[in-house]
Design a protein around this ligand. Structure first.
Ligand SMILES: *[C@@H]1O[C@H](CO)[C@@H](O)[C@H](O)[C@H]1NC(C)=O
Length: 149
């Protein structure tokens, strides 16, 4: 561990909010490339999501296309079956992205992931897509989470 990492870990232990990059799988970002996925707070891998809490999602990606619009589609994959997962804001252009999206430009997509108290305590894979004008994925990421009480 270098000095900088040690300092960051120390701040985290002191209770500061720490965004750890989440291990994700690219599931076919045909119109862009994902650099970093941050979920806050998420201190373990997979992220533990507590019922009744909301989590910040920050996806850093670069676009390979021009697009006027961007629309988020989120699924929870449970035992291989994708189930639609409602998010409060589907419009990516109102989620930290300045539209129209330019080619070769880097963006931070910022949104929240609310975890309802009626969700079951299970492990699942979250599939988060952001679609361009042609319904191609600016990004498509899969990351595992554990829902806990
Ligand atoms: C999103 O993540 C990027 C890369 O880690 C970071 O530079 C940026 O400040 C973050 N934005 C917010 C609002 O947290």
């Amino acid at each position: 561990m270098d000095v900088r990492t040690g300092f960051v870990v120390l701040l985290c232990l002191m209770g500061f909010t720490c965004a750890d990059p989440v291990k994700f799988k690219d599931c076919g970002s045909s119109s862009g490339k994902v650099a970093i996925v941050d979920i806050t707070p998420c201190t373990s891998q997979p992220c533990e999501l507590h019922k009744g809490q909301s989590y910040s999602v920050n996806v850093t990606f670069s676009s390979a296309v021009v697009s006027q619009t961007s629309t988020a589609v989120v699924h929870g994959i449970i035992a291989g079956v994708p189930i639609p997962f409602p998010i409060p804001m589907e419009d990516g252009c109102k989620s930290g992205i300045k539209c129209p999206i330019q080619m070769k430009q880097q963006y931070h997509y910022l949104n929240s992931l609310p975890v309802k108290s009626e969700y079951p305590s299970i492990k699942l894979v979250v599939k988060w897509e952001l679609k361009d004008d042609d319904k191609n994925d600016l990004f498509c990421i899969n990351f595992p989470v554990q829902i806990v009480s």
